[in-house]
Design a protein around this ligand. Structure first.
Ligand code: SF4
Ligand code: SF4
Length: 193
């Protein structure tokens, strides 16, 4: 699935991914173990410019992957709601907090509010979110690859999400290529591409 680039110049794989979910599944089948080991190793490594590289790859990932051709997060995962999310959304829907909770949510073992059903009740047939302006912060921030300190989110977020989110897989795949396969790569040059 992954096309190795022979050139000396750093390049990013794939400009536009037609079928994001198939792309992610193929990359997972082939490279899940390798990428998991890589991400765990990154946690222990001192790599200058890692956060800037992650942000650059995040921007490129969302040019390569069209979320409206995917919606896999909304179909297969639940947002983690904060109380403020539930208050905002229930108000938007003209419901009380407890009405919303009874209809849509449960509390998991960590005490987080989660959707009882999947795909998410707000996902429309065209893969758009019917409560987009007031959606949970966890949704608007997903997949959290743009957050400061990429390493902090590796264990709890990125390792999991590369199996659900094609954009995360794109970021991990390209980060692996840049960091491991092109050890002498100038990360600044790579980011400028
Ligand atoms: S609230 Fe909207 S963005 Fe969040 S999971 Fe549901 S459909 Fe997706
Ligand atoms: S954030 Fe990831 S999983 Fe969600 S729609 Fe976009 S590419 Fe797909």
């Amino acid at each position: 699935m992954k096309k190795k680039i022979a050139s000396e110049e750093p390049m990013f794989t794939k400009s536009k991914i037609k079928d994001p979910i198939s792309y992610m599944k193929a990359a997972k089948r082939k490279n899940k173990k390798k990428y998991t080991t890589f991400l765990k190793g990154l946690q222990r490594r001192k790599l200058r410019g890692l956060d800037a590289l992650a942000i650059a790859l995040h921007k490129k990932a969302f040019k390569a992957v069209d979320c409206l051709a995917c919606a896999n997060c909304c179909k297969t995962m639940s947002p983690t709601y904060k109380k403020a999310d539930v208050k905002r959304i229930s108000k938007h829907l003209g419901m009380s907090f407890s009405q919303y909770y009874e209809k849509y949510l449960y509390k998991d073992k960590s005490g987080d509010y989660m959707n009882t059903q999947g795909p998410c009740q707000f996902l429309r047939k065209d893969n758009k979110c019917s409560i987009y302006p007031v959606r949970p912060k966890d949704c608007s921030g997903f997949p959290h690859t743009q957050n400061r300190d990429f390493k902090l989110y590796i264990a709890g977020t990125h390792i999991q999400n590369m199996e659900y989110c094609p954009a995360t897989m794109y970021i991990v795949e390209n980060m692996f290529d840049l960091v491991m396969n092109k050890k002498n790569v100038n990360l600044n040059a790579a980011m400028a591409k």
